[in-house]
Design a protein around this ligand. Structure first.
Ligand code: GLU
Length: 425
């Protein structure tokens, strides 16, 4: 019987760090330090539910590294959130910020809850109490939260307001991904998708394939999946499959992405369910199986971790995988894909567009000076293309895959900062 794979994200993150450390011959003391989060805060979040009863939720904020600047990373609301997942996501944020060379360390937050089963007022109370509880370690110069899975600009407004109320003055720079009217940045909402589309175009062109006329399949249709689909569609790419938790939409002739976005966003809780213009597969497992095995040029996981594992890596027919989600491919699956000649653009490069524009938002907030959308988009593309080239160059010169190349670059940069600063005391 085949040994089942360990899907613990923190163990996976440590394994990835170990591999990169070996390759760059990382000093073993620095390696030891980078294995652990700098700070881990676990909070209880008691709130009144709308029926008058009190429920206590568990929340986390983990700061992995502050070597290169304040910690940065989103907050996710999901029933399956675990501390080990948040620790892994925080470490991945450290590497992501280093790959695109922005002056941040890595952090992540999470609350174990099911936002789909909560009212807006309950979500607001949860967000405000969570923000207040983690208020002792966040701040524009310390750690700056942002949206992630199931969190959005509205939730960022409540976080910004709560932190500001506790301080007694407005502190827009405490979170990014806010609405424009309270210090948000133009271009932030679509930034991750724009970056994913840019690196997809780059890797396809490296393989001699033009994005216009290429085919793609996308797992997930939240902020990242839907904007990625939109940008690729606008570049002429044919998207033949898109899934979410309700099922999947399939169309060999290409899905009309703007129409699909209009359909999903018209619902109270956005979902693909029942989309009438293309074939809708209502069994989510079957939809996912079909999507992963799609005959396409590019497969884009844009949902959660550990979606591509040793169980389904052999089924993949795409020649390129672009990881829009964080941690979607397990190390075992990565090995299988490498042997099969599938190119994987790793998460810490592919989805770094979001945190890049978060960095622009933070700078704009600190200076109270707001930029034009075209300048933001141009700077984002410039950063993504530079990072893509840096990683491809290492991949070529060191004869390693793109994930290892990205890790070598990122871990090397963080280790350099840690070495320069030295170990206190
Ligand atoms: N949650 C996003 C990510 O995983 C964005 C983080 C940020 O903007 O700080 O990259």
């Amino acid at each position: 019987m085949r040994k089942t794979e360990d899907l613990n994200p923190y163990k996976i993150a440590l394994e990835q760090l170990d591999e990169a450390a070996k390759k760059i011959d990382l000093d073993k003391n620095l390696h030891e330090k980078l294995k652990y989060p700098k700070r881990t805060l676990i909070v209880s979040i008691p709130i009144y539910m709308d029926d008058g009863t009190v429920r206590v939720f568990e929340g986390y904020r983990v700061q992995h590294s502050l070597e290169r600047g304040p910690a940065k990373g989103g907050v996710r609301y999901h029933p399956d959130v675990t501390l080990d997942e948040v620790k892994a996501l925080a470490m991945w944020m450290t590497w992501k910020c280093a790959v695109v060379n922005i002056p941040f360390g890595g952090a992540k937050g999470g609350v174990v809850c099911d936002p789909a089963a909560m009212t807006e007022r309950e979500l607001e109370r949860l967000t405000r109490r969570y923000t207040s509880e983690i208020g002792i370690i966040i701040g524009p110069e310390k750690d700056i939260p942002a949206p992630d899975v199931n969190t959005n600009p509205k939730i960022m407004s409540w976080m910004m307001d709560t932190y500001s109320m506790n301080k007694g003055y407005s502190v827009p720079g405490v979170v990014t991904g806010k609405p424009l009217d309270i210090g948000g940045s133009k271009g932030r909402l679509h930034a991750t998708g724009k970056g994913v589309a840019a690196v997809t175009e780059d890797i396809l062109s490296q393989k001699g394939i033009s994005v216009s006329g290429a085919t793609a399949a996308i797992q997930g249709f939240g902020n990242v999946g839907s904007w990625t689909a939109r940008f690729l569609y606008d570049k002429g790419c044919r998207i033949t499959g898109i899934t979410d938790i309700s099922g999947g939409v399939f169309d060999p002739k290409g899905i009309d992405v703007p129409k699909l976005i209009e359909y999903t966003s018209g619902k109270k809780i956005p979902s693909l369910e029942g989309y009438p213009e293309s074939e809708f597969e209502k069994n989510p497992e079957e939809a996912n199986r079909r999507l992963i095995g799609s005959e396409v040029d590019v497969l884009i996981p844009a949902a959660l971790e550990s979606q591509i594992t040793s169980r389904n890596a052999e089924m993949i027919k795409a020649s390129v995988i672009v990881e829009a989600a964080n941690g979607p491919t397990t190390p075992n699956a990565s090995n299988i894909l490498e042997k099969r000649g599938v190119t994987v653009i790793p998460d810490i490069l592919a989805n770094a567009g979001g945190v890049t524009v978060s960095y622009f938002e933070w700078v704009q907030d600190l200076q109270s000076n707001f930029w034009k959308e075209k300048d933001i988009d141009a700077s984002l593309i410039d950063i993504m293309k530079t990072a893509f080239k840096d990683v491809s160059d290492i991949s070529r010169s060191e004869k390693v895959d793109m994930r290892m190349a990205a890790y070598m670059l990122a871990v090397g940069r963080v280790a350099k900062a840690a070495k320069l600063r030295g170990l206190y005391p």
